[in-house]
Structures are given as C-alpha cells and as structure tokens.
Design a protein around this ligand. Structure first.
Ligand SMILES: [Fe+2]
Length: 234
C-alpha cells in the first residue's frame, strides 16, 4: 500500500470515528480522566489575553516539532494555525462557566465540548479541513483515553498528536491560579511519566526540539508575535 493511501485510510478511519461518539472508556481510564479534570480547572477558564499567549506558545512549538518530523511546509504552517486557535471553542462555552458551584460532571461535559465547538467555529470561517480536524482531536490520547472520540494510535491525525504534546507542555510551564509554573525539566519529567498519552514518534521529536539550546538545558517555547501561516489562512 502506498504511503499516500495509508494516510488517507487513517484519515478516513479518524473521520468515521469522529461521528460515532462512542463511550468505551474503562473504569480505570475514567478515574484517571476525572482526576485530571480536577487538576485542570484552568480548562474551565477562558481569558482572551491568557489564551492568546498560550496559543502563540503552542503554535510556535507545534511548528518546530512538525519541522523536526520533516512534515511538508504547508502542514507545518497549518499546525501553527491550529496551535494558535486550538482552544477557540472555549470562547463559546464561557457562558456555561459563570454559574455558581457547578457540578464536577457538568464541568467535565463542558470541557469535553470545546474541541467540537472549536471545530465548528473554524469550519464556519472556512479554515482548511486539516486545521479543523487537528483542533477537533487535540485532546485525544494515544492510548484511547482522550476525548471527544476516544480515538487511539494511528487513528489520531499526526497534527492532533503534535498539538497534544505541545499543549500539555505549554500548560505545565505556565502559572495557573492554583499553582506556579513547573520548570521545563519538571514538566518533561511529568510528561515522561504519562507517555502513554502521546505518540512516541512525536514525543521524541518534541524532546529533540526542547534540547536544542547550546548549553544543553531545556528551553521554554517562544511566545512570538509571528504566528506562521495564520494570515494566509484568514
Ligand atoms: Fe483544549
């Protein structure tokens, strides 16, 4: 089978799964996710300013990881766009977050909707299907424990796998209301413990990018104003 056909097959498979909305998580995985939600209350908060900064950071890192994986330039630029806009779906959900003492389960359901909301917003505005799908699947985990579709392994588009790694790292090295930012070294350590969430090939490329500083220390991703490819996409 040619490489092109394989890629198309994976994409088709991903699309099919996108519409199934199956709930097949094992109890252990469900418990793990619940714990994650409790530890990720920042996902419920949408601040335009914070989101712009986080988006730029994810965008730049995703572009670099895509280049490291030797993906075509157009794909790298699409990823830069997807990285910048990956959480745009939270803007539409923001209303739901204003209620007092929301139940954890309601919060979880709201959080789980933001990739689909983001997909719908970007589709409405005519963004490339590849960008829309990378945003839709940016919370899928390689072991199938993510959302919205519990996609696993190669059924997850590679762009979404790149966003997943970059998003987690950028979140860990940022200050949150309930904790200070982790150092890049600690963030890398935490992510290594959770490696089953990530595509190994992508994770290794991400590690190579992070170790590119001259003194061998880990570098923080750049928060550059120059988000590659964004203006071409608008
Ligand atoms: Fe997200």
């Amino acid at each position: 089978m040619t490489k092109k056909k394989k890629t198309e097959r994976k994409k088709d498979s991903g699309k099919k799964n996108a519409h199934k909305r199956k709930k097949q998580a094992e109890p252990e995985a469900a418990g793990r996710r619940q714990k994650r939600y409790r530890n990720n209350r920042h996902l419920l908060i949408f601040s335009v300013e914070a989101q712009l900064e986080h988006g730029k950071q994810v965008s730049n890192l995703a572009y670099e990881v895509a280049k490291e994986l030797k993906l075509p330039e157009e794909k790298c630029e699409n990823l830069a766009v997807a990285g910048f806009l990956h959480d745009i779906g939270k803007a539409e959900l923001n209303q739901a977050f204003q209620q007092e003492d929301p139940l954890v389960v309601e919060e979880m359901n709201s959080v789980r909707m933001h990739p689909m909301k983001g997909y719908e917003i970007l589709k409405r505005h005519g963004f490339d299907e590849e960008i829309c799908e990378d945003v839709l699947f940016h919370h899928e985990n390689y072991d199938g424990s993510g959302y919205p579709d519990n996609l696993a392994g190669p059924n997850i588009p590679v762009g979404a796998c790149i966003l997943r790694v970059c998003d987690v790292f950028c979140a860990l090295v940022s200050d949150r209301a309930y904790r200070k930012a982790y150092s890049p070294e600690k963030a890398m350590e935490l992510m290594t413990e959770d490696m089953k969430d990530f595509d190994l090939r992508v994770f290794l490329a991400f590690q190579r990018v992070m170790h590119q500083s001259e003194d061998g220390s880990l570098k923080l991703p750049e928060v550059s104003e120059n988000v590659k490819g964004v203006w071409k996409s608008l």
